[in-house]
Design a protein around this ligand. Structure first.
Ligand code: CTP
Length: 472
């Protein structure tokens, strides 16, 4: 039997061992912590299971670690939790039915360690290490989780139809672990997900989206999206993305498959950002291509306006997914809306006014936008990709020059609406808006500088044209 005593270095485990023996409780560390220990992934959440009362164990453990600790007890669920230093410690009594940390189901029946392991989600999450003195460090691995970890397999301990019907969120978890760990899902388990996909509807959107975001934050999110698509889950949880899949051909001309293109953009962007929202922008940048698709004889496939329609869809998609609808959503909308602009710039002569307009619209998100556009270049032709990237580099340089000169990124009108009203002694009105807008346009066009005096003079001229007289 494998012994992992030398890996249990945190002093918490010694204390737990003392407490467990003193209470005469068979006690183990189980689940994600054991998995991550073996995979050498950092983990701050430790789950303890004992054969008996998890609540008693938690209370005694807290007292032994530090009498001041406050234990959170969930009596109905037979669980308890507390924080110790940077660790989150959870305690549960072994049970015969499904164990889900965030489930609201009360416990029904106490069980043995084996019962408890049976009801966990995957073989790699069903490993337990004994903490009692006599057997300290011994690994209990009834389903060959170690072998699955070595070969990189996600597999349910029981018949997958049973494990997934215990908690359908586990279908998302299987795909999430496969993505995070770069494991493959054992064929029977995968087939069961496809069979049971509709059961995901009984799971709250928040829990589904938490898993989805973990997939998106992985190193190679496309692994997860391919699996979501293959199993049919994607069509249920994000149907707009499912619709990107497929290729149509007219007159021997095909457009690219926008689902796989999107996945590549998403993988590309993971090299340049950990930002969840920029990754969401990558997912949604072409989302409105299907309804804007046209075949135009002599031209080919076009998707006119997909960036505008796509950005309009973002709020609905965010609401459906229960994603935050504040600044994060606005950012994604802006990225989708502007995603064609830098590439358009590289195709023509790059004028300062075009650069100023882009800076004005993107503001402080200009760098994120450039990253998205660079990720959007997915041609298989390396020379072509390099050519584009070089041009983007040039755009970045020019943006920097223009910004240094004209400070457009955080554009504040050099003459304010209040000043306009004061100078002409008028109340808020259409004229104020017209004057402000024309001044902004003149600055972006380069007709005047982003400067108080030039803007002031222009205001006087525009006022005169509108029949306004400055008060002396
Ligand atoms: N578990 C389960 N079914 C679920 C959720 C959890 O069987 N739907 C079990 C697994 O044994 C899991 C343990 O509870 O390892 C702890 O769950 P949780 O903390 O949610 O996940 P971890 O596996 O620790 O992974 P992560 O921290 O990455 O979410």
């Amino acid at each position: 039997m494998m012994n992992l005593a030398d890996k249990l270095t945190s002093p918490v485990f010694q204390t737990m061992s003392d407490v467990a023996d003193r209470l005469g409780l068979e006690t183990y560390v189980v689940g994600g912590y054991v998995r991550d220990l073996l995979l050498r992934r950092p983990c701050k959440d430790i789950d303890f299971v004992c054969v008996g009362s998890g609540i008693n164990l938690a209370e005694a453990a807290a007292k032994a670690l530090n009498p001041k600790i406050n234990v959170n007890v969930f009596k109905n669920f037979g669980t308890a939790q507390f924080r110790y230093e940077d660790l989150d410690l959870e305690f549960v009594g072994a049970r015969k039915e499904s164990y889900q940390r965030d489930s609201r189901k009360p416990i029904v029946e106490e069980g043995t360690l084996q019962d408890d392991q049976n009801r966990r989600d995957f073989t790699i999450n069903a490993l337990a290490i004994s903490l009692n003195k006599k057997t300290f460090g011994e690994l209990i691995d009834p389903f060959n989780g170690i072998a699955d970890m070595d070969t990189g397999v996600i597999r349910t301990p029981l018949d997958p139809d049973i494990t997934f019907s215990d908690d359908p969120l586990r279908m998302m978890r299987a795909i999430r672990f496969a993505t995070q760990l770069n494991f493959y899902i054992e064929p029977e388990t995968l087939a069961s997900i496809a069979r049971n996909k509709d059961r995901i509807s009984i799971i709250s959107q928040e829990r589904i989206t938490t898993e989805l975001n973990k997939i998106i934050l992985a190193k190679k999110p496309s692994i997860g999206f391919r699996l979501l698509e293959e199993t049919g889950l994607l069509a249920i949880i994000l149907p707009e993305m499912q619709k990107l899949k497929g290729v149509q051909t007219v007159d021997d001309k095909s457009h690219k498959d926008n689902f796989y293109h999107t996945l590549q953009v998403l993988d590309n962007i993971t090299f340049s950002t950990n930002d969840l929202w920029l990754r969401w922008a990558a997912i949604l940048h072409d989302i409105a291509k299907p309804p804007t698709k046209r075949f135009e004889p002599g031209i080919g496939w076009t998707f006119h306006g997909h960036e505008v329609l796509g950005s309009k869809w973002v709020p609905r998609i965010f609401r459906n997914l229960k994603l935050p609808t504040g600044g994060e959503m606005k950012f994604v909308q802006k990225m989708v809306y502007l995603h064609l602009r830098p590439i358009a710039l590289t195709k023509e002569e790059i004028t300062d006014s075009a650069l100023r307009r882009l800076l004005f619209e993107a503001g402080d998100d200009i760098d994120s936008l450039m990253k998205l556009c660079e990720a959007d270049i997915t041609s298989k032709n390396k020379a072509k990709v390099n050519r584009y990237l070089q041009r983007f580099e040039m755009v970045r340089q020019k943006l920097k020059d223009v910004e240094e000169r004209d400070s457009i990124r955080n554009f504040q009108p050099p003459v304010s609406g209040e000043l306009i009203m004061q100078v002409f002694n008028i109340t808020p009105s259409r004229e104020v808006g017209i004057i402000k807008d024309k001044i902004k346009e003149a600055i972006l066009e380069g007709d005047i500088k982003n400067d108080y005096q030039q803007a002031y003079d222009m205001m006087l001229r525009l006022g005169a044209e509108l029949g306004l007289k400055p008060v002396s």
